[in-house]
Ligand binder design. Structure first.
Ligand code: HEM
Length: 283
């Protein structure tokens, strides 16, 4: 029992030290609305997972446009044709079709991409229901190039890339756990549709343990994933998520880091409205 408690405490320590609490967007200037305050609290440590409470939507305020981040440019510009984004073509086409159907009702592409992402996560058995806010502004200017990771990159440069976007190394390790649901097609085209863990239809932590143990015969481990799993400053976090019963610590950590990702480059956070209620309940 003591050992179990010590292990849980150790996990908490890693997570508490590791999570980014850096403020972003227009919240750096001022918190001007109840929703701005709710987003600030989540960015600073409150749970990003919906708890069943009813969240009120605020009124709108003016704000500036931004360049890059969650601004819809992925599908409103030629970004999808970049080699970095290979694999996203089918879901990109589907999301564009949804956008063409719903834009007449005021839906932005940036919001639609997040709605689709959060619906996908919670629809995957075991996936968390992450709080969802809408009202992002679209930008059809393609984002800067050279900012996306590659599956052959070393751990340090991956960490640096994410640090530049306000993520800690622990956030990155939590985020990359979404490879629990991925099936590669372009890293090794000869093994297209091979998943990155043995249960790609379940949102769980097998990906972490199997990245460490796999002989690469039944799944395909990306070199970048193995680099992060074994790097000096990230292996403790990785091993925590790879341990037995780690789902309960990984999911909140993923939700927090993903929530941050969904708000990057959004400079009207004070104006957003909570829309969690459109998401299905967890399975
Ligand atoms: C170290 C950084 C990362 C690298 C190098 C990386 C690389 C890749 C690669 C190569 C694929 C397979 C593409 C294909 O062949 O079809 C993939 C799939 C995927 N990645 Fe990552 N990734 C990284 C981080 C992330 C993060 C942070 C997330 C989520 C927040 C994520 C979510 C996904 C998902 C959901 C898929 C599956 C897409 C699909 O099946 O269509 N990845 N990633």
């Amino acid at each position: 029992m003591d050992r179990l408690l010590a292990e849980i405490q150790a996990r908490d320590d890693v997570l508490l030290e590791g999570r980014s609490t850096t403020l972003i967007g227009d919240l750096l200037d001022a918190v001007l609305s109840p929703v701005g305050d709710a987003i600030k609290q989540i960015l600073e440590g409150a749970s990003a997972i919906a708890d069943g409470a009813v969240y009120k939507a605020p009124g709108a305020l003016g704000s500036d446009a931004s360049y890059g981040g969650a601004d819809g440019s992925l599908l409103l510009s030629d970004e999808l044709s970049r080699p970095d984004n290979r694999g996203l073509e089918p879901i990109g086409a589907q999301t564009l079709a949804w956008f063409n159907k719903y834009k007449q009702h005021g839906a932005s592409m940036a919001d639609l991409i997040q709605t689709a992402t959060l619906t996908a996560v919670v629809s995957c058995p075991g996936g968390p229901r992450i709080r969802h806010f809408v009202g992002r502004k679209d930008n059809s200017r393609a984002g800067p190039t050279g900012k996306l990771p590659t599956p052959f990159q070393d751990a340090k440069s991956l960490i640096d890339l994410f640090t530049a976007k306000t993520f800690t190394a622990s956030d990155l390790i939590a985020l990359i756990g979404s490879h629990t649901a991925s099936k590669q097609r372009f890293v090794d085209p000869g093994r297209a549709e091979i998943p990155q863990d043995s249960s790609p239809n379940v949102w769980n932590t097998k990906y972490y343990s199997e990245t460490l143990s796999s002989d690469n015969k039944t799944i395909l481990v990306f070199p970048s994933d193995r680099n992060l799993a074994t790097y000096s400053s990230t292996k403790a976090q990785w091993n925590t998520f790879a341990g037995a019963g780690a789902d309960a610590v990984w999911k909140p950590a993923f939700a927090a880091a993903y929530f941050r990702m969904s708000m990057l480059g959004v400079n009207n956070l004070n104006d957003l409205a909570e829309c969690t209620k459109v998401l299905p309940l967890p399975r």
